[in-house]
Design a protein around this ligand. Structure first.
Ligand code: AR6
Length: 182
């Protein structure tokens, strides 16, 4: 019986705009017209054509995702998703964050993209507690992979801008035995 290769799920430290991968995910805001943090970095690296394509998308609701080309980025596409702003945890933040991951994976799959990198959505300006967000991210990605028949992705990367995020992801992915060095 054919056993498809396992999806490589791992955390790396670095700048997501430098990754040569099918698609990177942007932690955007509902306007999709750019901002600070990873959003600003992605728009700067992709060039003005990205903003022009984003303008035509008409924004994006929290928890949802939209796709554009990558333009000057090494990544072929960008999936823009809008994470929740942290308001203490009782405003549906966990479910909305989980939706960002689920909808982004679904969108990538529907475009036949096989490698995808996520930043720590909502963990910067939007103030989501890092460990809690990382647990949701890893759980949601695993649930998505488990629900897909066959092998959906070759590689899923959690791209961490700082050491603290990297450690949090390494702990969480290692618990499931998915880091290559686990
Ligand atoms: N590569 C990877 N990760 C990065 C990079 C990068 N180049 N730059 C920052 N991060 P944030 P949010 C990390 O604030 O919390 C924007 O203005 C960062 O260290 O970018 O979802 C949008 O327009 C943190 O761990 O996104 C929205 O208004 C993570 O990316 C708002 O910020 C997310 O931090 C979204 O806030």
């Amino acid at each position: 019986m054919y056993t498809p290769p396992k999806t490589m799920l791992h955390a790396v430290r670095g700048d997501i705009t430098r990754l040569k991968i099918d698609v990177i995910v942007n932690a955007a805001n509902t306007s999709l017209l750019g901002g600070g943090g990873v959003d600003g970095a992605i728009h700067r690296a992709a060039g003005p054509e990205l903003l022009a394509e984003c303008r035509a998308l008409g924004g994006c609701a929290t928890g949802e995702s939209k796709i554009t080309h990558g333009y000057l980025l090494p990544a072929r596409f960008v999936i823009h998703t809008v994470g929740p702003v942290w308001h203490g945890g009782s405003h549906n933040e966990d479910d909305l964050l989980a939706s960002c991951y689920r909808n982004s994976l679904q969108l990538a799959l529907s475009h036949q993209l096989q490698s995808i990198a996520f930043p720590a959505i909502s963990c910067g300006v939007y103030g989501f507690p890092l460990k809690r967000a990382v647990a949701i991210a890893v759980k949601e990605v695993r649930a998505f992979l488990a629900s897909e028949p066959g092998e959906a992705f070759r590689e899923i990367v959690f791209c961490c801008f700082d050491e603290q995020a990297l450690i949090a992801y390494e702990i969480e992915t290692r618990q499931f035995g998915e880091s290559p060095d686990a």
